[in-house]
Design a protein around this ligand. Sequence first.
Ligand code: C2E
Ligand code: CA
Ligand code: CA
Length: 871
Amino acid sequence: MVLGALAAVLVVHTAAHGTGVGDAAYLIGNTGAAALGWWALGTVDRARRGAWRLIVVGVTANALAEWAWQVHTWTAGEPPTVSTADVFWIVSYLALFAGLLQLLHGGSSERRDIDGLIDMAVMGIVAVLLVWPYAIETVFADDTVSRGVQAVWVSYPILDSILFGLVLRALASRRARTETSALLGLGAIAWLGADFAYMFVASAPSYSVWLDNGWIVGAVLIGASVWQRADRQPLDERAPERVGVGRIALGFLPLLVPAGLETWYFTHGDEINPWPLLVATAALLALGFARSLRLARAHDRARAELELRERYYETLSRHASDAVLVLDGRGHIRHVSPSPTAVFGDSTQASGFVHPDDLELALQTFAQAIEHPGLVFECEVRARPNGDGVSWYAARIISLLHDPNVEGVVVNLHDVTERKVLSAELEHRAFHDALTGLANRALLRDRVEHAAERAERTGGGLALVYLDLDRFKLVNDTLGHDAGDEVLREIARRLRRVVRRSDTVARLGGDEFAILVEDSRHARREAEHMAERIVEILRTPVRVIGRDVTMSASIGIASDLESPAASLLRHADVAMYRAKDAGDGVPVLYDPSMRGGVAERFELETDIFGVVERNELRLVYQPVVALETGALVGFEALVRWDHPGRGTIGPDTFIPIAEANGSIVPIGQWVLREACRTASHWQRAYPEARGMAITVNVSARQLAHPDFVDDVERTLAETGLAAGSLVLEMTETVLVRDAVTTAQRLRVLHDLGVGLAIDDFGTGYSSLSYLRQFPVDILKIDRSFVSGITGAEFPAILRGLLDLGRTLQLETIAEGVETEQERDRLRAEGCGFAQGFLFATPLDAAEAELLLVELEPGVLPWRRARESRPA
Ligand code: C2E
Ligand code: CA
Ligand code: CA
């Protein structure tokens, strides 16, 4: 429709040129262009409307100028030399410039703006130079008009030159090409063409109809360009502008123009005023210089940034050999950096380096990455064996096939062999008894649960044999601990011999063992039979340090499916105590009438409800010290239950009960509030304590509670403790359960500034990969590792844990430090902090308060790690 109207206007105008009808058509064309612009402005989104509005104002001012000119011509009978029309025209230019500039530079960096302006100025100057002798010098030479009129006339070629520079610049910029539509460019070119043509052929009336048509077309095109199609491609905010030969040439080639012009006039025998050429050359030189200077600066800056980044990555990968591969869509290696030929050999296919057993996983992950371009997929695979053991790599795969800068699948390989070895060792430790190599309590419980499930499905049976050595303490006391350990090892060996392969033998601690009999229809009978055999094999004396020791055991058996699997252990335990009481070495089978040992637990279970209301809980505080300086840095809050009838009960006894029946939630809230309140009070009372940390234990069930994060936030607000002073401790088990929700909650807390520590690190599930999923700050190395430090020995696994902390930039706190030797060795191996009886036992609040003056004011030492770590 717009096209139809435009064609009609053009036809009428051309046919009736020089008449009133022709003039009317001209005015209608220009006015219509402005109206079109205002209407189209409604389709522009808010962010860009300002720029486009300026352009529409430009078109409108142009229409007003035309009207003013016409009215003048009609009333005066001849065209005016200078009139209000010129004011509108100049406004029209200015509005157009402003709008174009905004479109061109909207959102881009200031630096690029300046470069763009320089380019524009260069092109503007060239344009002015080209039109100078025709449009400017002649005007100044014309003495019949005043200086003022001369100035107005001269301003047009100059404004046109600037517009010319702007349009050229817009066409050269990738960014602006997407932003300003082709219509706008065409419109501006139509206007410019008509303007420049006018300067050269102003006096020839036969052309003027075509010039007028050019102006109409220009106005309508610009008006129409405002209209934005809804499906326009979103603009690429960061379309990079390359600094190539072209851009540099742009700075200097224009310098040829003045000399070229001079030569031209010289060979044509024209006289020319040299001053404009000289001034222009100087200006172009200055601009070219500024442009090169900025290019050089930008280049230096880019290089410095690159170096910084390289150094950063180098630091990060110092512990391991990272490699980046770029593959094509079928897995062919296109690029490797840096090229660890030892890993890749001369294979050209990435799969050639993966261990055959992990190939399927690798290919699956690769296929997923291809399917979801732009998303990162991860897997851990072994490298194809090449002589020196197994190497593990964590691979992060992202498909950037669609990205024109890469057009490949990027694979980042990170050597995780050390971590895998450590993790395998920790896992073994987590489920096995270090002394005998038998399963431990955790593994046994796990096996019992699985066996119970299986038995329920298949109708098979299961039974548990529980044995406790009689008078074992005597062996320890008379022959020493080493002899005691040897006896335990020998008994473990014998127990292994009496069981079938499918049975599990476990050491539950001290001198207690258990055997799970599963997958047997006659489990109970088999267990009884096994118990007899055990009695039998114990008759043979054990020979240690040249002496024969004869051991006996009390044996209990449980075999029931009605009650939950967990009670199987408890029932076997109860039966074993019966056997011990009887003292005749005869194995005892559990029956429900034996409740004895359970009673105590029942009592606590009921008593524990309401401990908070009855005010029976109390906190004690164990100091945490920095190993390097020996300075006190904070306290761990530990809970105690002052039971009215039974005296003080430790958390190891009542926390599991509280966790089982849910009363841990109010207990945990109380502990948190009390600890924060005390710490806040200390911080206010002692200036030295301002940088002090208070660490609070949190159990799984607390964290699982939906209000937990809110609780912490509220408690901090109400007690006035800074989030940065609080550290929450939780065990690995907490993290493994419902990892996604947990990670979310922890992230919120971490963002608040609360520190997070992994308690008893190394004893749990030990899938070390969770350390990267959770925002952890501190690893608390479990006491069992610390007590492994003896004489010259520093356990390799402890060194591995400290190393892991360093690699992940986490602080480490060693728990349960009891001797100076342990402290010194830990310090030498780079452990940051410690707590333990060597420094102080858990103290009452009043005792702890006496230590506060020893605190060193300042930032919490372990927060430094967090702040220096990149997000
Ligand atoms: P934990 O978090 O590993 O706390 C350290 C335990 O080791 C404390 O026992 C402490 O008294 C003891 N300990 C400290 N230094 C040494 C040392 O040098 N040698 C030895 N042998 N032991 C040392 P406690 O206070 O009986 O706490 C036992 C466990 O109960 C804690 O282990 C923690 O898991 C849990 N617990 C304590 N308070 C709370 C609490 O408020 N909430 C929750 N959910 N759990 C708590
Ligand atoms: Ca703890
Ligand atoms: Ca601990």
